[in-house]
Design a protein around this ligand. Structure first.
Ligand SMILES: Nc1ncnc2c1ncn2[C@@H]1O[C@H](COP(=O)(O)OP(=O)(O)OP(=O)(O)O)[C@@H](O)[C@H]1O
Length: 625
């Protein structure tokens, strides 16, 4: 509860600081709405009393006052809605929304981006900055509603203390409404799985990517049938809850109506017996019927407050997560200017959060400064995980990564990443101009056209740029009305992005050519091998290449074979071929595949790789790749 109050206070201060005028005006209107209830009832009471007493001028004056107050209250209500909507919109979207996004985007690692509990909450919070601000103002309105209720009851108490019993009757709809909300929320939770399924199936049935599979497999009807079944389950579960909720609400309002009728009968009886005046009767009718409205608006604003509060738990959870993460990050050491010793993995073990399987299992490796290291292995053997750990996206659970003897955990992520370049397997597709998509590889040089052009050249993407309608200034991404690139073209853009930094200490290429054709792949690798040698000589940079294609890694100084998270073999191509283990076997399979034409598209590389295979103690193999 205290957390809710302190969040409310924080949002209130934020709103007052950002929009002092609008916030003060909204508060003024809310406070005014409390006084209006009393003012309109009392002026009508006075008008009736003056009229009965024969004071016509007073009666007219009070009547006019009552009319003005009534008109004013209607204007205030509309004004409040407008003021609050504008306040919420501006302070929510301009202040809170960017703050939430910045907090999420600047978390040091990426563990959170692969955690479903984090992502679930981001989904709720993403569109909730307006909802959070709305919650703050709705709470103010609910509080004002309670104050109006108190004023209303005090007025009724002046006629007869018995009328205070109306409060008990007024609580019936409040309780019933609360019960109805709970029923609906429970039903929404119970049907959330079916709802997600039907949304997923809808996307599958209408998506461009899945559309091809469905048509080829003839599965469209089946998907629609399943989507409908899931939708039916969702609607049926929620319909029952809505019907029950409606019955509950009806019962609550019936109780209140009975109390209201009883109150009027009581005052009419007292008036008939002379213990109350006609003015009291009018006051009771006015106040009791406004009590009805007051209760209704208090109930609905407290329900709206509760509804808006659904965004609070995820919001607070995310804030706690981010705060804990920032606290955990204490690394402040700078990255070395130049690598002298190299990078050492010392008994590194890693499990993805929430999983039992070990992704890296006691891995010990040494990458000397200036070396080119290739990491190969079957699917899921831990290659990308190794890259992620080297990029500080995750921390090892056991062991250490040492950069020139310093623990990577102690080196500030910002400084390390400023000296880290990489083309990742699941690279980003940014809907920007092509120049920016490349420039994002080193944001300080986002506008440096010369550097961007060099990076484009390094990735051999000049031809691609030349074919784009506006060259480097072409907008990418169909969703923004831009040009959509093919998979291979996006990969070229990612490669160019990875080439933006000129002095990295670590250069990583994780399956950098998976979407490229074989001749392009060979050319790219030759170029990047030369680049790796260049940065190796200048900064002692270690280049790490992850690849499935063995032809591309033979020139590496060291080849590491990973198997189920463990280092199975490590050495040069010739050493590993001589060893006759896993590498030699897989290399042989590739070679045979090309020799028999199974991968004919890459036959151009056969002769070259064949030479590479002719290692010590091993005959030259027939036309490997
Ligand atoms: N985000 C994640 N959460 C949980 N487990 C993961 C995650 N990413 C990878 N894994 C698991 O960790 C292990 C190693 O995965 P990794 O991506 O490092 O393999 P890889 O060798 O790069 O595979 P590929 O060649 O398919 O890219 C696999 O068993 C995989 O299922």
């Amino acid at each position: 509860m205290t957390r809710y109050i302190s969040l409310w206070w924080e949002l209130f201060l934020l709103s007052c600081r950002r929009l002092p005028g609008l916030s003060a005006a909204s508060l003024g209107v809310i406070a005014g709405s409390v006084g209006i209830v009393a003012a309109s009832a009392l002026s009508l009471h006075a008008a009736v009393s003056a009229s009965i007493a024969g004071h016509r001028a007073d009666a007219v004056a009070w009547g006019v006052a009552a009319a003005i107050v009534y008109a004013f209250s209607a204007v205030m209500r509309n004004l409040f809605e407008e003021l609050v909507r504008t306040t919420i919109d501006r302070s929510g979207r301009l202040e809170l929304h960017p703050r939430i996004h910045r907090d999420i985007a600047t978390i040091e690692g990426i563990e959170h981006l692969e955690r479903t509990d984090f992502l679930d909450r981001v989904t709720v919070v993403r569109a909730s900055s307006g909802r959070l601000m709305g919650w703050m103002w709705k709470a103010v309105r609910a509080f004002a509603g309670v104050l109006r209720l108190v004023v209303t009851l005090l007025l009724l108490g002046t006629v007869s203390p018995w009328l205070l019993a109306l409060l008990v009757f007024a609580l019936a709809p409040v309780w019933c409404d609360h019960y109805a909300q709970r029923l609906i929320a429970r039903a929404e939770l119970a049907t959330a799985g079916a709802d997600r399924l039907q949304e997923h199936l809808f996307d599958v049935a209408t998506g461009a990517a899945s559309g091809k599979d469905l048509r080829v497999g003839g599965a469209a009807e089946e998907v629609v049938r399943r989507q409908r079944a899931a939708w039916d389950a969702t609607v049926a579960g929620q319909f029952r809850a809505h019907v029950l909720a409606a019955v509950g609400k009806f019962a609550g309002w019936t109780v209140f109506t009975l109390g209201f009728a009883g109150a009027l009968t009581l005052v009419a009886y007292r008036t008939a017996h002379g213990t109350s005046t006609i003015g009291d009767l009018v006051l009771t009718v006015i106040v009791a019927s406004s009590l009805w409205q007051t209760v209704q608006s208090t109930v609905s604003s407290s329900a709206q407050t509760a509804d808006a509060a659904r965004a609070i738990e995820p919001f607070l959870w995310l804030r706690d997560y981010i705060a804990a993460d920032r606290k955990r990050v204490t690394a402040a050491a700078p990255a070395p200017r130049r690598l002298r010793g190299g990078v050492v993995l010392d008994d590194v073990t890693f499990r993805y959060p929430g999983t039992d399987a070990v992704a890296l299992d006691h891995v010990s490796l040494t990458f000397p400064a200036g070396s080119v290291v290739a990491v190969v292995g079957e699917y899921g053997s831990g290659k990308t995980t190794l890259v992620k750990l080297l990029g500080k996206f995750y921390r090892p659970d056991g062991g250490r990564i040492l950069v020139d003897g310093a623990d990577l955990n102690d080196i500030a992520a910002e400084g390390w990443r400023a000296r880290f370049s990489g083309a990742f397997q699941d690279f980003g597709r940014f809907a920007t101009t092509f120049a920016e998509t490349v420039g994002l590889g080193d944001v300080d040089r986002l506008g440096d056209r010369t550097r961007i052009a060099d990076a484009v050249r390094a990735a051999e993407a000049e031809e691609l740029v030349a074919r784009l309608p506006d060259g480097l200034d072409t907008q990418l991404g169909r969703e923004l009305g831009g040009v959509e690139l093919s998979e291979g073209q996006w990969q070229r853009a990612a490669l160019a992005r990875a080439s933006m930094r000129t002095d990295p200490l670590m250069f990583v290429l994780d399956e950098p050519t998976a979407s490229l054709d074989a001749p392009s792949e060979r050319a790219i690798f030759d170029r990047y091998m030369a680049y790796a040698r260049d940065i190796g000589a200048r900064t002692g940079a270690v280049t790490l290449i992850v690849s499935h294609r063995f032809s591309t890694v033979t020139g590496a100084d060291q080849i590491v074979v990973l198997d189920k998270g463990r280092v199975a073999e490590s050495g040069t191509h010739h050493e590993l071929m001589a060893l006759g283990g896993q590498y030699a076997e897989l290399y042989g399979i590739h070679a045979n595949a090309y020799a028999t034409g199974g991968l004919a598209g890459e036959a151009g590389e056969a002769g070259e790789a064949g030479e590479a295979m002719a290692g010590p103690g091993r005959p030259a193999s027939p036309t490997p790749q």
